[in-house]
Ligand binder design. Sequence first.
Ligand SMILES: Cc1cc2nc3c(=O)[nH]c(=O)nc-3n(C[C@H](O)[C@H](O)[C@H](O)COP(=O)(O)OP(=O)(O)OC[C@H]3O[C@@H](n4cnc5c(N)ncnc54)[C@H](O)[C@@H]3O)c2cc1C
Length: 384
Amino acid sequence: MNFALTEEQRQIQNTARQFALREIAPRVQQYDTEERFPVEIYRQAAQLGFAGGVVPPQYGGAGLDFLTYTCLIEEIARVCHCVACALSFPSGLAGSALLRFGTEEQKQKFLAPLARGEVFAATGVTEPHSGTDVAAMQTTARKDGDSYVLNGAKSWISFLDVCDWLLTFATLDRANPRKNICAFLIDRHTPGLILRPYKHKLGFRPLSSGDVVLEDCRVPSSNRLGAEGEGLRVAMCAVENGRLAVAARAVGLAQACLDESVKYARERIVFGQPIGKFQLVQSMITDMTAGIESARLLTYRLAWMKDQGATGVRQQASLAKMVATDTALQCATHAVQIHGAYGCSAEAPVSRYFRDAKVFQIIEGQNQMHRSLIADYALGYRQS
Ligand SMILES: Cc1cc2nc3c(=O)[nH]c(=O)nc-3n(C[C@H](O)[C@H](O)[C@H](O)COP(=O)(O)OP(=O)(O)OC[C@H]3O[C@@H](n4cnc5c(N)ncnc54)[C@H](O)[C@@H]3O)c2cc1C
């Protein structure tokens, strides 16, 4: 394993870092408070090719290797993981599903503009009664001539304010959903598609999440992605990419916690000395440093394995996702502690990191599920 970055990888990493510091850092606090996704910043990032990720250039992508892509997402997330989330979308479920299951026409129509950063997508998997248990979904699709009629609801779906289209899933048979799930690409303006964003959620506030209601929503058959009954495969085709991106975002957030804590611990004087001189504060800095180094190595290793063409890296994906997101919360907790009362104020970046870090443990497979999966692989109950 060689994680030494090439000159080109360093340049991309550095460009992302400079962009994040110059364009995102001065604005992030404000748009987080406004619960608004910064489309204008995203467009600038897209002009630098940052949305293109691992998508091949023939479909509007940047054709990056996974390690470079991971470093890019991490650097953006070090300032705002919500912008990083949007930039990871073309390389995540939305893009990967189109790449693998889409017709040439669907790729040109949906994937290429997404990878060029011209449009936004949302991915609607979670339902009010099925989050972790994806296959238990109850949204239905009924074939009617040359279209499908969808009824049901999805919940906690992100990017509702800006998305131009939605990748979502419905079953042809509610009694046996797993084998009958279909994937659909739905234009935002389709009659019967109702988007209801929530407000004031714990974290991830710039990502407008909410309910997607489907009421006799008619979708042309040409917008079905993959074959009938192939929907669960479509939904699961990008779990490794999704987990890699979430791990990279969590490492970026954890690093931001450490950066802020080191700065504050050097400046804040208590009992006549910088708090960084107290061993118990140093202990927190050590925990953070060790956690971040471990999480970053697991994340880079996953990216590196994908670059080697390794298949069956689900265990590594679970490890990277779980360790990186647990580390992010530990780092955020320590960061607030080190900042004392100031860490509890709305304007302290660490209070935002703290709110966001908790959410990381729930999305992209909650961490109890990853913990079980890792043990299942170790025990041989499950093959990668
Ligand atoms: C800010 C935010 C943005 C989101 N964006 C999207 C989006 O864009 N698209 C989308 O489809 N979804 C999205 N989600 C939903 C997210 O993917 C789900 O919340 C997640 O999959 C967990 O599902 P659930 O909330 O229904 O939890 P449940 O499945 O109800 O689980 C609840 C808890 O039960 C425990 N548990 C469940 N199963 C097991 C198990 N097998 N073993 C041990 N413990 C278990 C865990 O502690 C878990 O946290 C988002 C969520 C949030 C908070």
